[in-house]
Design a protein around this ligand. Structure first.
Ligand code: PGA
Length: 257
């Protein structure tokens, strides 16, 4: 795993946009695995700017999102389909048909998981973008006693519900279940870009980088993938820098302008 230290969220977002741009320049019809939430929001803004001001072309890109809240239709303002459309697809000129998101409002969610699993297996991502939740989740794969391989319905951890309450206005309004791709889909991506920012992620970042590989911290499995770039900002690295400064000095690629 390549570990890139960003000084702050702005730099992290710019570095992430650089990596996505490089991917699209190398392979214009790249299949991008996407996530939503706070971690990639600045990256999407920067990609939109580059599309508008620097003609970065997304016309051949295909987007496959990792997850969706159960019970929300794609036009619900808190749905991940809506987030993607507003912040990435529409402003970058990617038509809705070139983006796949699980249907959170499907009548039969188990069947929807099977449909999405078959789709993802047929079309693995060239670049999977990921954030990491406060529980160490990737996609919505929460801590468990095993790494779930396939798309599935998941009960969200209380910490995840609390972290997402700000978007819904209150904890009670946050759905308690979601559909997510499994760890298998994530690990089949050719390349992975993980973004982690903020002091509230410092403890889980320490466990992710320095703890053992365990389904209790799902993101740790990424350390077994052959092509991962983790861009992590100084705030998120706070605990690692305090406890393992030498390890960080040796492992980290600190970019200087
Ligand atoms: P966040 O969520 O980017 O909003 O912190 C991360 C995640 O849940 O994967």
């Amino acid at each position: 795993m390549k570990l890139i230290v960003a000084k702050d969220y702005t730099e992290l977002s710019r570095m992430a946009a650089d990596l996505v741009e490089n991917q699209i320049l190398l392979k214009p019809d790249s299949r991008l695995g996407t996530v939503t939430g706070g971690s990639p929001a600045g990256m999407y803004l920067e990609l939109v700017r580059r599309h508008r001001e620097e003609m970065l072309d997304f016309s051949e890109v295909f987007v496959v999102n990792t997850d969706e809240y159960a019970g929300l239709s794609g036009d619900h303002p808190q749905s991940y389909r809506y987030y993607l459309e507003q912040r990435f697809l529409e402003p970058c000129g990617i038509p809705g048909e070139r983006a796949a998101v699980p249907r959170g409002d499907a009548e039969d969610l188990e069947q929807e998981c099977r449909r999405y699993e078959a789709f993802c297996r047929k079309h693995p991502a060239d670049l999977q973008i990921l954030g990491m939740g406060h529980t160490g989740h990737i996609g919505f794969n929460e801590p468990e006693d095993h790494f779930p391989e396939e798309s599935h319905v998941v009960s969200l951890a209380p910490e995840t519900v609390a972290a997402n309450a700000e978007y819904f206005g209150s904890r009670e309004q946050v759905p308690t279940k979601a559909v997510t791709v499994g760890i298998g889909t994530i690990m089949r991506a050719k390349k992975i870009l993980l973004l982690v920012s903020g002091r509230s992620k410092a403890e889980i970042t320490y466990r992710f980088l320095c703890g053992k590989i365990t389904p209790q911290v799902p993101a740790t499995i990424l350390r077994l993938h052959p092509h991962v770039t983790a861009v992590i900002d100084e705030d998120a690295l706070f605990a690692v820098r305090e406890r393992e400064p030498e390890w960080l000095r040796i492992r980290a690629d600190i970019r200087k302008e």
